[in-house]
Design a protein around this ligand. Structure first.
Ligand code: NDP
Ligand code: A1CAB
Length: 273
């Protein structure tokens, strides 16, 4: 039997749509191969405007459809109740879930020995600059691993993990991480206003500082610690600021506590809470 190239995307909100756009714009997947199930009308229209075939419910999917992959991009709390509708694809498709916390065992309860991937992308996926951590169940074969890698690589760099529990760790760092950085931009903007900058200038300086520093950290041969030292003149302004950031409670401690809270929450979501 010829290999189907079709994809079913379940849930086309923030992350689902980012994936859809990546497949269309960067992976060159024809829109005609993509089926989107999404109950929200406005989001269905958004996906349809990109050429995908849309459905408000799994019941509308063609009876003859044998997708190569089913991507689950609904909220973690919804996964348990929606999975049964996709059980018919368990022998032909690889299932890829991006739902935070939801373990492979939850999928196996409904899908049995299906090939299942837990993946954790992040919001910069919407501009093709995401990072995706992924772990595959024992039932996934090399062909499926290759296909899933291509699908995920359309929105960012893919890192396969050796253990499923590391997906929850990645969720706390790279999955939620963009929100930490967005909050840092908010904080830096407020600090700029507090020292007298006009709000628009403070925002522009904060955004480009994070943007430029991130680009430099990504491309430089120097480590982040070495780059920090290059900015920090002895007895200068940066040293004065870092004295505050490293004093108790240090930024390092706060970030560790924040990531630990996100990690704990991922483990709670695994229990369906
Ligand atoms: N946002 C992010 O940065 C990241 C999110 N994730 C994960 O991605 C998943 C989706 O998150 P996000 O995109 O932000 O959430 P959204 O709420 O934006 O998108 C989920 C969509 O799924 C729809 N939906 C609900 N029930 C069903 C169903 N039975 N069939 C099909 N679609 C359904 C929702 O519709 P309605 O609202 O009408 O219920 C909603 O439009 C989550 O599990 C999250 O943990 C992972 C990494 C990063
Ligand atoms: O906040 C959340 O639960 C999801 C998972 C990672 C990013 N957003």
């Amino acid at each position: 039997m010829e290999q189907s190239e079709e994809i079913v995307l379940v849930g086309c909100g923030n992350m689902g749509f980012a994936l859809l756009e990546g497949w269309l714009d960067r992976a060159g997947i024809p829109a005609a191969q993509i089926h989107v199930v999404e109950p929200a009308e406005s989001l269905r229209h958004r996906a349809a405007a990109r050429g995908a075939t849309v459905y408000d419910d799994a019941a509308g999917l063609p009876a003859a459809l044998r997708p190569r992959a089913v991507i689950i991009a609904v909220k973690p709390q919804v996964v348990g109740s929606m999975l049964g509708a996709y059980r018919r694809f368990r022998d032909t498709s690889v299932f890829v879930s991006i739902a935070a916390g939801v373990p492979i065992s939850t999928f196996e309860n409904t899908l049995g020995n299906a090939a299942i991937v837990r993946a954790m992308p992040n919001m910069p996926a919407s501009i093709g600059m995401g990072v995706i951590a992924a772990f595959g169940s024992t039932h996934i074969d090399d062909n499926q691993t290759g296909f899933v890698t291509d699908l995920l690589a359309a929105v960012g760099s893919v890192h396969w993990l050796a253990e499923e529990r590391l997906v929850d760790a990645a969720t706390a760092i790279s999955g939620s991480g963009p929100a930490y950085l967005f909050h840092f931009i908010e904080c830096l903007t407020d600090a700029g206003i507090a020292v007298g900058l006009p709000p628009e200038t403070a925002l522009a300086l904060a955004k480009q500082t994070v943007n430029g520093a991130a680009a430099l950290a990504s491309t430089s041969a120097f480590s982040p610690a070495e780059l920090r030292q290059q900015v920090t003149s002895p007895n200068g302004t940066t040293a004065a600021a870092l004295e505050v950031l490293t004093a108790e409670p240090s930024l390092a401690d706060l970030v560790k506590r924040a990531a630990a809270a996100a990690h704990r929450r991922a483990l709670e979501l695994a229990l369906g809470n």
